[in-house]
Write a protein that binds this ligand. Structure first.
Ligand code: ADP
Ligand code: MN
Ligand code: MN
Ligand code: MN
Length: 337
């Protein structure tokens, strides 16, 4: 029987790239090879030289269609010499992992996101023309007035498990309509593959729920939490001794490093990293045990065990996981080698 492969790629939308996909029908037993698309419609090419190559990179079962159907996350390549397209951020993650694979880097990303009412474009749970009660009861809450969209979140979690993604948890967040899922711990490339596919599944499933998903960093101005993508990171040495934990945290504060990292941590970082709402200011760097107001947190358990991982709290929800995993791997692994 014929089956369907959904070719998924990351486009050239500015300032935050978006997901595109199209369906290819394959004969029974036929393997999905390279394909292409019209880059002039995705801000990835000009009309007179519009073709961009889709190179299959990561494949998993399609949990929505079921059966033999699959999802294929692709790298984009230039037709001229089959080199990575300028918008292809996965290629650099592959290179970083190749360079430092002996240190066995592992990531756990906490993807926060906000469900939006399609009419008001405000978060689910914000009454039309007004505001819900202040933040406090919503984080990890339960109950009709506190929780908005749980059916979608449950469906999404099941889909991620069925696709074989390394989803490790979910929770309702501090602002109404805001949620989180975690992917990890997996390596520098896999974490990007799994976060992008998990995002695809979320947007796709939300279509049938009549809500829009936003990964904007500060969807509501004012006294409402922004949305981040906390990046938990370890190497083999960090999982074995505390000196490596401290050296890793120090390496992120070395001269020039905070600025370099913030450039890859997503759009609107100054709006979210204000020093309030469990953040450190974007123009200051600090690390500390248990400190949710620091740029980098060493979890309490890690200080107690004298080994484990660090949490970089700075990345925005709208960051590209390939970009931040590449930065983190290159900076910390270089310092630890
Ligand atoms: P928080 O307390 O900050 O909300 P979460 O439970 O949401 O933390 O996320 C913690 C993440 O850290 C999970 O995705 C988990 O897989 C990941 N993690 C756990 N151990 C490690 C490790 N040694 N290296 C990297 N990531 C890890
Ligand atoms: Mn979390
Ligand atoms: Mn969170
Ligand atoms: Mn966190």
């Amino acid at each position: 029987m014929a089956y369907r492969a959904e070719y998924i790629w990351i486009d050239g939308t500015e300032p935050t790239p978006e997901i595109r996909s199209k369906t290819r029908i394959l004969a029974d037993g036929e393997t999905p090879g390279i394909w292409g698309f019209d880059g002039s419609s995705t801000n990835q090419a000009t009309g007179d030289n519009s073709d961009v190559v889709l190179q299959p990179a990561f494949q998993c079962p399609d949990p929505i269609r079921g059966g033999d159907n699959i999802l294929i996350l692709c790298e984009t390549l230039l037709t001229t010499d089959m080199s990575p397209h300028p918008t292809n951020t996965r290629a650099a993650a592959v290179a970083a992992l190749e360079t430092y694979s002996d240190q066995e880097p592992l990531f756990g990303l906490e993807q926060e996101y906000t469900l939006l009412d399609p009419i008001t474009q405000w978060p689910s749970g914000f009454p039309p023309g007004g505001y819900p009660g202040p933040q406090g009861p919503y984080y990890c809450g339960v109950g009709y007035l506190k929780i908005h969209g749980r059916d979608l979140i449950e469906e999404h979690t099941t889909a991620c498990i069925d696709a074989g993604l390394a989803i490790s948890g979910t929770n309702a967040e501090v602002m109404p309509g805001q949620w989180e899922f975690q992917i990890g711990p997996v390596d520098t490339v896999t974490v990007g593959d799994h976060v992008w596919i998990a995002r695809y599944l979320l947007y796709r499933l939300a279509e049938a729920h009549g809500v829009e998903v936003s990964i904007a960093a500060k969807p509501m101005k004012g006294d409402w939490n922004g949305a981040g993508m906390h990046t938990n990171f370890s190497t083999k040495a960090m999982r074995e001794n505390y000196d490596a934990i401290i050296a890793a945290a120090e390496s992120l504060g070395a001269p020039g490093k905070p600025e370099e990292h913030l450039l890859g941590y997503g759009v609107g970082i100054e709006e979210r990293l204000t020093g309030a709402h469990e953040t450190q200011r974007y123009d200051q760097f600090s690390y500390g045990v248990s400190d949710r107001g620091a740029s980098v947190r060493i979890p309490w358990q890690v200080a107690k065990d004298q080994k484990g991982y660090i949490e970089d709290r700075r990345p925005n929800a709208n960051a590209d996981p390939y970009v931040l995993a590449t930065l983190m791997t290159n900076t910390v692994c270089a310092a630890l080698s």
